[in-house]
Design a protein around this ligand. Structure first.
Ligand code: NG1
Ligand code: ZN
Length: 557
């Protein structure tokens, strides 16, 4: 690194001192903290983004959001050239950068890392970082800090995409690196064109069972609701009533996280909506759950990420079967596409059983989409979802190339055949659903198209299987990092003895299942319990909370 560059970095770093006593960690989904603590971290992530762009010679994304967390929090994470999460191998360096106490120690870290990674700064082509933020008021100042970090590497451009959903920014990064036009309008065009294509190929059946054309959406008072509101005139048959569109406090009594965890109707929903098909997005629109309000109450029946996954799996499996014809893949010219689903330990046990009964391969990974995404990418069609509604469907390049050729062949030999329609549907799904990251908007349009295709009401969809009762609690402890887990977070290896105690407690409940893990986004240990009755699940979760307090020291939240 030349002298001029070093001085530029030292100058800008001295304007962003780290808050006294703060400790930052690139967790499940980037850095998160109270927004007032984050300026130095976002500045440093700007530096990291520039360096990653120089190293990969590609466009990188930097998103400022704390997703479903309270409005006073904020966060920052990077999107890699593929549009996916920052490679895990850079996370320790991200931690070190965020915690370097002085500009000189920051510079030394950079010099050492650049050397270790063989990053060539001089003569590198122009690098670029796309910036986005959610609607949090603190986002504006933090975005400026990010720009300062990015541009303190000479020759790196910071392009501000403005207020966007997290998945929109990831999509833009992916598109730009593929040489595709990557504006917000391009994003909508691709999504809505493929949505209409799926509708065009809905089988014409005689049926009295018609799906309601109305959907009510809870926008979490965040960015997703606003974006959806602007699309309303382009949705054809589908009438969307968007509520919580920015007038109230972000994520407060609203949003996918609230709906999923509390199993209550969000603000501005109530008994008058009983039976309606409703969906809820989280604050940055990368999570989606559906629900319907139970008559005369504010309680809901939740249709969570596991059920969205099951719906997608069912539809895609059906299309693959039609495409392969009666010989199920043995016919000449067919392609035996691998279809796999990826879940975490938070997936309801009933969903995993259902998917296995469908004959699907189900794999478990630790929490965090970076793990699920990586695993799903191993299949021709990989579907991943967290129970909280974050997920997507990935298509392999090899399968898509084959599908394009097959489609051309069928266009000339058997247009309008069921096989041809199945090929067109699969291609449409691959364009509709975000290939970079879980996306509530594109997920919502895929759900809507499939329900219409199946002629299913939300109730019928919910009956695919019955969830086992579950309870999720969080415990504040002295040091959550003292909890070390293995086996996709289902077993605790440290502190010693706690797993045996959890097992002994779990054994008392029919269909009991319970695990604990440290959160990667909040200073808590999470407890998840499942049992054959709600009382059982509640009781088990509460007993395990007490065990956690006993083994790790107090402070319940
Ligand atoms: P943590 O705080 O690590 O449990 C939460 C979610 C994750 C993921 C991240 C990122 C649960 C139990 N955990 O992570 O699934 O969505 O936030 O936002 O919902
Ligand atoms: Zn989110």
């Amino acid at each position: 690194m030349n002298q001029e560059q070093q001085s530029a970095l030292l100058r800008s770093a001295s304007r962003f001192p780290i808050p006294t006593g703060a400790k930052f960690s690139y967790g499940t989904s980037g850095f998160r903290a109270d927004a007032s603590l984050l300026e130095s971290t976002v500045f440093r992530v700007g530096i990291l983004a520039a360096l990653r762009s120089i190293q990969t010679r590609s466009v990188i994304g930097l998103m400022i959001t704390a997703s479903h967390n309270q409005v006073s929090d904020n966060g920052v994470k990077l999107a890699d050239p593929s549009g996916g999460m920052l490679t895990q191998s850079w996370e320790p360096f991200a931690d070190a950068l965020a915690n370097a106490l002085h500009p000189h120690s920051l510079l030394q870290l950079l010099v050492d890392f650049i050397k270790k990674e063989n990053i060539v700064l001089e003569g590198a082509p122009v690098s670029e970082v796309l910036l986005g933020r959610d609607t949090r008021p603190s986002g504006e100042t933090l975005l400026e800090a990010a720009k300062q970090g990015i541009t303190s590497f000479m020759g790196t451009t910071a392009s501000n995409m403005g207020i966007v959903t997290t998945p929109q920014l990831h999509w833009m990064v992916r598109a730009k690196n593929k040489g595709i036009e990557a504006t917000e309008l391009n994003y909508y065009d691709q999504m809505l064109t493929s949505f209409r294509c799926l509708l065009d190929y809905i089988p014409q059946r005689d049926s009295t069972q018609n799906v309601s054309d109305k959907l009510v959406v809870d926008g979490a008072d965040g960015v997703g609701g606003e974006k959806l509101e602007n699309l309303k005139t382009r949705l054809g048959y589908l009438t969307v009533d968007v509520r919580n569109c920015g007038g109230g406090v972000l994520n407060e009594g609203v949003g996918a996280d609230y709906v999923q965890k509390e199993k209550m109707a969000p603000r501005n929903f109530g008994p008058a909506d009983a039976g309606m098909r409703c969906a809820s997005l989280d604050g940055d629109a990368d999570r989606l759950v559906y629900f319907y309000v139970i008559s005369n109450s504010n309680k809901i029946d939740l249709v969570d990420g596991d059920k969205i996954l099951s719906l997608f799996a069912l539809f895609l499996k059906e299309q693959l079967c039609i495409l392969n014809g009666p010989n199920d893949g043995k016919a000449c010219n067919s392609y035996k596409a691998s279809l796999g689903v990826v879940q975490t330990a938070y997936a309801n046990g009933a969903s995993t059983d259902y998917l296995k009964q469908m004959g699907l391969e189900v794999v478990m990974t630790p929490t965090g989409v970076k793990y699920l995404h990586e695993k799903a990418a191993e299949y021709d069609i990989g579907i991943y979802f967290e129970a909280n509604g974050h997920g997507t469907v990935l298509f392999s390049d090899a399968f898509l190339s084959w599908l394009e050729i097959k489609n051309q062949e069928l266009t000339s030999t058997s247009q309008d055949s069921d096989q041809h329609k199945a090929a067109l549907r699969l291609l449409a799904v691959s364009r509709l659903i975000n290939q970079a990251v879980g996306d509530a908007l594109s997920g919502l349009f895929l759900v809507e198209a499939i329900l219409k295709h199946m002629r299913w009401s939300i109730h019928k969809w919910n009956e695919l299987y019955q969830d086992l009762p579950s309870r999720q609690l969080k415990v504040k402890v002295v040091d959550r990092t003292a909890v070390i887990t293995e086996k996709a977070e289902t077993k605790v290896v440290s502190p010693a003895g706690i797993q045996e105690a959890i097992d002994a407690e779990t054994d008392k409940y029919p269909k009991g299942r319970c695990f604990i893990r440290p959160s990667g986004t909040e200073d808590v240990v999470r407890v998840y319990a499942e049992a054959s009755s709600q009382e059982g699940a509640d009781h088990l979760a509460n007993s395990v909370v007490r065990l956690v307090e006993q083994y790790l020291g107090f402070g319940r939240s």
